[in-house]
Design a binder for this molecule. Structure first.
Ligand code: TXA
Ligand code: MG
Length: 384
């Protein structure tokens, strides 16, 4: 890491999201416009922004995060007019999706206009992921800066994405030029990233816009095979001891990733996490509690991540609920903060309940599986 990265004097701005005035964002906008890096809230997670046309500024994002340079950045805009200079003509389907979901948590991969953005943003690809965030602070900041704003999530690479400004401070204080604190983000997981294949929408990363919502606008929506949620599941005998499983190595992705970000470890807490699914709630809760008891007897600090419906069943050092199984938006909203809490409490071994992969459940399971390094235990022998 170069020494420059560590000598930034990080400025802080506190903004009330519901009463944000453009002039309150002038300071942060000037830093962006002059080639600095500023973290800001969006409706999904905090982003770390820089002028997407300025290679030096964009390089600083990669340095500050410790991000691999072959993982491209999403470019954020405040208006549809701001899109045109940076992309080549796009399809009517793309336009329909923009009209329906922007501003909002949908990133659309479009053909990039050659030379319009720093090549560091696109990691050399011929496409760029574009998004218009649905957050008053983000929109005003982007508009005031006059820049297309490249912004990955504002976490150190591999850590859970930040849903509070304090998470950004934890990871990046002293490494970036500023942080705009606009309170907690809403959705809690990142935007849905899609590409268009003719009339078909292909989901490269599930996120804040659900597959069901996309299907209401475009009938043909697929989830990229590289996501392979189901294939990650390791079948386990319901009676097998947790210790038999804990030593197994995670399954590897079998399909080449279409979205470069898919191949990196993400959102990972420091301890070891397993996701557990089964045929009944009682099967899962019993198995997890047994595994926790074993880990405790070995002297490990233990954690459980579960849903309200079963939370009373668990005794561990740190037990956290993601809310009700019937309101998975709540789980998305809480997930990353919960992972950070496990780290703060020094938890070494964690078990998480799986949830159905419908609605926001698809994005929640995608992030959980990544946080667990693809260690998924299936207690039902029938679910191969
Ligand atoms: O909600 C979000 O999307 C947040 C906020 C800050 O907007 N941003 C975010 O950015 O999550 P990041 O960099 O953490 O994730 C960007 C994802 C990566 O998985 C990357 O590989 C993918 O989008 N991506 C970016 N450009 C792409 C492209 N041209 N083709 C395919 N995938 C792309
Ligand atoms: Mg990220």
């Amino acid at each position: 890491m170069d020494t420059q990265t560590n000598i930034r004097n990080t400025q802080y701005w506190n903004i009330d999201k519901d009463a944000a005035l453009p002039e309150q964002l002038d300071g942060a906008a000037k830093v962006l416009a002059s080639g600095g890096t500023v973290a800001f809230p969006t409706e999904t997670v905090y982003g770390l922004g820089a002028d997407a046309r300025n290679t030096e500024a964009v390089e600083h994002i990669f340095h500050a995060k410790g991000r691999p340079s072959d993982n491209p950045l999403i470019v954020h805009i405040a208006t549809i007019e701001q899109l045109e200079p940076y992309v080549l003509p796009y399809s009517a389907v793309a336009r329909r999706l923009m009209d329906c979901f922007w501003p909002g948590p949908l990133t659309i991969v479009l053909p990039v206009r050659p030379g319009a953005l720093s090549a560091k943003v696109t990691a050399g690809l011929e496409t760029v992921g574009m998004r218009m965030p649905d957050h008053p602070v983000a929109l005003q900041l982007i508009a005031a800066s006059g820049c297309p704003v490249a912004a990955p999530s504002a976490n150190r690479s591999g850590r859970p994405s930040p849903t509070l400004a304090s998470h950004v401070r934890e990871d990046l204080d002293g490494r970036i030029d500023g942080i705009v604190d606009g309170g907690a983000t809403g959705v809690g997981v990142e935007s849905t990233v899609i590409e268009l294949v003719g009339e078909r929408v292909n989901i490269l990363r599930p996120g804040g816009v659900t597959i069901e919502a996309l299907r209401q606008v475009v009938p043909d929506v697929t989830v990229d095979p590289a996501l392979q949620l189901k294939s990650d599941i390791e079948p386990a005998d319901a009676n097998s001891a947790a210790s038999d499983i804990a030593g197994q190595s995670p399954n590897r992705d079998i399909t080449a990733p279409r979205s470069p970000g898919m191949k990196y470890a993400h959102y990972a807490p420091r301890g070891t996490m397993h996701i557990v699914c089964g045929e009944s709630a009682v099967q899962v809760t019993d198995w997890i509690q047994r595994a926790v008891d074993e880990a405790e007897s070995r002297g490990d600090v233990t954690g459980v991540l579960a849903f309200d419906e079963h939370i009373q069943s668990y005794h561990a050092d740190v037990v956290q609920s993601l809310g009700s199984l019937h309101a998975l938006e709540g789980a998305a909203h809480r997930l990353y903060a919960a992972l950070r809490t496990f780290d703060e409490q020094g938890v070494q071994v964690m078990y998480a309940e799986a949830c159905p992969e419908a609605g926001m459940g698809l994005a929640v399971m995608n992030r959980l599986v990544k946080a667990a390094g693809h260690r998924v235990i299936s207690l039902s022998p029938s679910r191969k």
